[in-house]
Ligand binder design. Structure first.
Ligand code: AMP
Length: 318
């Protein structure tokens, strides 16, 4: 069972990777772009409506695309899973898909995001050529110079109208504005898995497969490693919480002891000012006598005074 959505900018390799997964896991690739191109090629009413929008690099209306997807997912070969490629492309489509999948009892397993840099996307899209007969996708940058026909069946390759340079920019900005918000949407739902989409085809496929088959970890089993600061905070919180866990009698006797202690302390305190006052007067007298006799000695003996003098000097300087 594999029910996944492939997310990624135009040219990120969704179609190519979908075909590889499809071959391996026996679930169909459901590409909204292919379904639309098929409708255009057959010249249906829907295809006629969609063509100009597609050629301009804009998104076809949600209703049209959702109708095609609903019909496709209802076919027998999608009963055991599917790889959605190019759908959903905005938040409304994601919500409609969610409702549809709930209705047919086929919730999503994962959303795989193919991550590819912009300059790579431009190069891939502008160089893409397709065989109209077998659907094989080529790129002029990796084909031997001068090749214009399919290596498999010799049919002349063609360039999709929306792969023309003047349309590519529009498609990428539509992706940024309308489709990118799906990354945060599926991330919040815990379904998103990001896959590095550059490098050898085989390597990307392996990463895709690993991401598609990775079992999601339930939140209750996720252990977060604490930073030393967090751990310290926690241990001091535990220490301060410990007395509360002790027996009530212990706490009661402790609090009685504490009360008694604080009483004697406060009694001592109430006597203290007088005692302190006397002692202070005595020491002040002594130090003034010493100062008169030997100022240096006095300075050594009264560091507090020295510090106070320094502070006053510093203030004056300022
Ligand atoms: P694709 O083959 O996925 O790059 O799609 C080619 C074109 O078909 C897009 O530029 C859109 O015009 C249209 N299209 C494909 N999928 C959708 C979709 N889910 N919603 C709206 N338009 C779409």
């Amino acid at each position: 069972m594999m029910r996944i959505v492939l997310l990624g900018a135009p040219g990120s390799g969704k179609g190519t990777q979908a075909q590889r997964l499809m071959g391996k896991y026996g679930v169909p690739q459901v590409s909204s772009g292919d379904l639309l191109r098929d409708a255009v090629a057959r010249g249906t009413e829907l295809g006629k409506q969609a063509k100009s929008v597609m050629d301009a690099g804009q998104l076809v209306s949600d209703d049209i695309v959702l109708g095609l997807i609903r019909e496709r997912l209802s076919r027998a070969d999608a009963a055991n899973g599917f790889i959605l490629d190019g759908f959903p492309r905005n938040i409304d489509q994601a919500n409609s898909l969610n409702a549809l999948l709930e209705e047919i009892g086929q919730p999503l397993d994962a959303v795989l995001l193919l991550d590819v840099r912009n300059e790579t996307l431009m190069q891939r899209l502008a160089g893409r050529r397709i065989c109209p007969k077998c659907g094989t996708v080529y790129n002029i940058h990796s084909l031997p110079a001068g090749t214009t026909a399919c290596e498999k069946d010799g049919t002349e390759l063609y360039q999709r109208p929306d792969d023309k340079e003047e349309v590519i920019g529009k498609r990428l900005s539509v992706y940024d504005q309308q489709t990118k918000p799906l990354i945060a949407h599926y991330s919040k739902l815990g379904l998103l898995r990001k896959v590095a989409g550059e490098g050898e085809l085989e390597e990307v496929s392996e990463r895709m497969e690993a991401a598609a088959l990775a079992k999601p970890v339930p939140a209750s089993k996720v252990k977060v490693t604490k930073t030393p600061a967090q751990a310290k905070r926690k241990s001091s919180a535990v220490k301060s919480a410990k007395p509360a866990a002790r027996s009530a009698s212990k706490t009661a006797s402790k609090s009685a002891k504490a009360k008694a202690k604080s009483k004697s302390k406060s009694a001592a305190k109430s006597k203290a000012p007088a005692a302190k006052g006397k002692a202070a007067k005595k020491s002040a007298k002594k130090s003034s006598r010493t100062a008169a006799r030997s100022p240096k000695k006095a300075a050594r003996k009264a560091p507090a005074k020295k510090a106070a003098r320094r502070a006053t000097k510093a203030r004056k300087k300022k």
